[in-house]
Design a protein around this ligand. Structure first.
Ligand SMILES: Cc1cc2nc3c(=O)[nH]c(=O)nc-3n(C[C@H](O)[C@H](O)[C@H](O)COP(=O)(O)OP(=O)(O)OC[C@H]3O[C@@H](n4cnc5c(N)ncnc54)[C@H](O)[C@@H]3O)c2cc1C
Length: 492
């Protein structure tokens, strides 16, 4: 039986587990008492879990958080459970399951498999395949689209970027990237724009329509601690007579408030939303004809191809009605700052977003105008140059950043060991209760949520256990995860 756990490095993984007894009640910083179960307690627990195993083969998964991570996991659990497998799922989300609070709510919706330097994101290709697979399954004929293949234009603003993009397009991925040296722009044809909150809502509707037998509960409630949730889960599990119950923490940035030892850092961010008729830019033009750009340069409507450059972006929504401009990055936030930032009023978010984003977004448009050589230097392609002062709304979310590794940002997926779990919950937890976490999607939730959600669902459905800490996220484990991902998408 294979088993794996994803963490950025063995050192982090060890820290996560050895530090898991340092548990604070949410938002208070108060240390909870640690209680290690005694030998008789452990024996009683084993008897209880054996009893349950004999009464049913049901697996119950209790998801805390229904953003991109929770939605992908729920989707793949339902889709990949065998007919004979008895699976039930309950979901609790403080914003209302399917309402996509958290970072998903603030996402600009950019999806493609390349890093800002034109390299491939780890599991980027597999992630894109999974995302397209989910979209193919959940798409609803009569609703407005939640995603669109838009292509994307990345403007090189330094010599180093230009060199990176030229190398990526001409030497590394000539079939997937187009470099226009005359205009210093990199074109990515297979890039998508996704309305992330609408996408999560569409997953929820799909699950309700097609898997209502598996979904036992959607709850709008804030989970305050893993301990509380374990206790609730025990009664849920008793009621359903589940043989194995999984509590999955997929609460985005708040995951670290619930499991303080997770090696996440917080990075708040604003986006501004504009009406598309108020803000547009010309379609890209390319210096030479290319199969990669055919179909886009001539047929795409103005403002329909997203622009990135100067650390900013302008992204049309899939239905073409709005444009999202962003984003700010507030690195190094503390827990108190996260909670405070999330409770700011809409007018305060708007004031902060507008003051931080007006200049960089104008610079991006100005830069594009000059590169496109359609306008005299300095002349803006904005249809209404005053519009940056008049956005529709400001979006705010906190990214949960995983530590950097040699492979870049690798999301966090793993299981809390049973002994550590009892200490975390400061109570004895039945052995058939397992606590997983799926978070750390950072700034790339769209590319990673599907593939990691799928791998996590497979592990849950097969009842796989977690590897010994020594090999956690070693290059061997990561390449075996990659092989598993490739095999999974190949089998689709
Ligand atoms: C400004 C901004 C722009 C971004 N743009 C992009 C982009 O263009 N492309 C891209 O791929 N990624 C982007 N991202 C990143 C992306 O949004 C995230 O990686 C992704 O949404 C994270 O999903 P998640 O499910 O892990 O967390 P979240 O989306 O934060 O979801 C967590 C869920 O858990 C719930 N929750 C939290 N705490 C509790 C609790 N205690 N009890 C119950 N429920 C709880 C929340 O309500 C929420 O629904 C952006 C992020 C930001 C902030």
């Amino acid at each position: 039986m294979t088993a794996w756990l994803l963490a950025p490095s063995p050192v982090h993984a060890r820290k996560m587990f050895s530090a898991s007894s340092r548990v604070c009640a949410l938002g208070t910083g108060r240390q909870l008492p640690v209680q290690v179960p005694s030998a008789p307690q452990r024996a009683a627990r084993r008897t209880r879990s054996r009893k349950r195993l004999s009464c049913s083969t049901e697996t119950h998964v209790h998801l805390v958080g229904f953003g991109l991570a929770g939605a992908a996991l729920a989707f793949y659990l339902c889709e990949r459970a065998s007919q004979s497998q008895r699976l039930t799922i309950s979901v609790v989300d403080s914003a209302g399951a399917g309402c996509a609070g958290g970072a998903t709510h603030a996402s600009a919706g950019i999806l493609h498999p390349f890093t800002p330097r034109g390299r491939k994101i780890w599991l980027g290709d597999e992630g894109l395949i999974c995302m397209r697979e989910i979209l193919g399954v959940i798409s609803e004929k009569d609703s407005s689209p939640v995603a669109r293949r838009s292509g994307l234009l990345r403007l090189a603003t330094t010599d180093r970027e230009a060199a990176d993009y030229a190398a990526a397009a001409t030497q590394m991925y000539p079939q997937q990237l187009y470099w226009d040296a005359a205009r210093s722009q990199l074109y990515i044809p297979d890039a998508w724009v996704v309305d992330a909150p609408a996408y999560v809502r569409a997953i929820r509707r799909y699950l309700e329509r097609n898997h209502s037998d598996k979904l036992t509960l959607w709850e709008t409630r804030e989970v305050r601690s893993v301990a509380d949730e374990c206790r609730r889960l025990q009664s849920l599990a008793e009621a359903s007579c589940a043989a194995v119950t999984f509590l999955v923490i997929a609460a985005g940035a708040s995951s670290r408030l619930l499991i303080p030892s997770l090696p996440l850092t917080w990075c708040g961010g604003h986006n501004l939303v504009f009406r598309s008729q108020d803000l547009t830019w010309p379609s890209p033009e390319f210096a030479a004809a290319s199969t990669l750009t055919a179909g886009f340069s001539s047929t795409s409507a103005p403002g329909s191809v997203p622009l990135i450059g100067h650390g900013s972006y302008l992204v049309p929504t899939p239905d073409g009605t709005r444009v999202i401009g962003g984003a700010t990055k507030e690195y190094g936030m503390t827990a108190t700052e996260v909670l405070k930032a999330q409770s700011r009023s809409p007018s305060e978010q708007m004031a902060r977003a507008t003051s931080a984003l007006r200049q960089p977004l104008s610079a991006l448009l100005g830069r594009y105008a000059n590169l496109a050589e359609r306008y005299a230097a300095g002349e803006s392609p904005l249809s209404n140059t005053g519009i940056l002062r008049d956005p529709l709304e400001a979006l705010y979310g906190v990214r949960a950043l995983p530590p950097r590794s040699a492979l870049g940002a690798v999301p966090l997926l793993g299981e809390i060991q049973h002994e550590a779990l009892s200490m975390l919950a400061s109570t004895s937890i039945p052995e058939n209760t397992r606590v997983l976490y799926f978070t750390g999607l950072g700034s790339r939730g769209l590319i990673h949520h599907g593939i990691i959600g799928r791998l996590a669902a497979d592990a849950v459905l097969r009842g796989e256990s977690v590897v010994s800490l020594g090999s956690v996220a070693s290059p061997t484990v990561l390449s075996s995860v990659r092989r598993a991902a490739a095999a999974a998408v190949a089998a689709s």
